[in-house]
Design a binder for this molecule. Sequence first.
Ligand SMILES: C[S@@+](CC[C@H](N)C(=O)[O-])C[C@H]1O[C@@H](n2cnc3c(N)ncnc32)[C@H](O)[C@@H]1O
Length: 225
Amino acid sequence: MIPWELLGKALVPGNSGELRLYRRGREFSIRVNGCELMNSRAHGSEDALAELACARIADRPRPRVLIGGLGMGYTLASALHRLGASARVVVAELVPAVVDWNRGPLADLAGHPLQDTRVTVREIDVARILETEHQAYDAILLDVDNGPDGLTRESNNWLYSRIGLDAAFAALRPAGVLAVWAASHNQSFSRRLKLAGFEVTEVHARARGPHGGAHHTIWLAVRGS
Ligand SMILES: C[S@@+](CC[C@H](N)C(=O)[O-])C[C@H]1O[C@@H](n2cnc3c(N)ncnc32)[C@H](O)[C@@H]1O
C-alpha cells in the first residue's frame, strides 16, 4: 500500500481549522481537521452539480455563473464544458492555498480549468459576493462544505439560512438557478428554499457517477421571473 504524502497545509480563514492536501500515487485528498472533504477519485456529484445547473442557462446570451468553492476544480471544469464561449464564470475560494494547489499539483486533475479565459478566481468568502451583488448571475453553484450540515466552518451556515438564501435569490437574475451540493438529504433545507421563493427540484447523484459510490443530494432552485 502506497502511504499518503502530505503536500501542503493551510489555515481556513475565520479560525475554522486547517486544510491539508495529501497524495497517494495518482490519488489526491483534501482533509479538514482530519476529515476528508474531497477525494480526486470521487467527483461524479461535483460534475453533476454544474452539468444540471448550466444545462438550464447555457443558451442564454452571455451567461454568468458564480461557483462557491474551488476544491479540486471538477465543478468548474464541468461548468466550462457545458457553457459556450460567451459565458463568464467567477469562482470564489476562501482558502488562497487551494487556488495555489489548483495551479500546482492539482492542475491536471480537471484539465487546468483555471487557465480558461472565461474564468475569474476571487480569493474571498462566497457569502461576501452574495451580500453585495444583485441580479448578477444566471446560476450560482454552491459546494463549499458538506452542504447544509457544515463541516469546514460554522459561519458557512449563513449560506444555507433564510437570510443567506434571500441573498442568493437577490444575486440571481430572473429565472436564475441556485444549485446546492450536499452529502446528505436535509428536509428543512428544502423547506427553507421554498419559503425563500424558489421552485425546488431535488436530485440524487452518485459520488463516482456511473460507477456508483455514496449518494449525494443536489438541490436545483429556480428563482421566479
Ligand atoms: C468540497 S470542496 C469543493 C469541491 C469542488 N466542487 C470540486 O469540484 O472540486 C469545498 C471548497 O470550498 C471552499 N470553501 C469553504 N467555505 C467557503 C466559502 N464560504 N466561500 C468560498 N469557498 C469556501 C473550501 O476551501 C474548498 O476548497
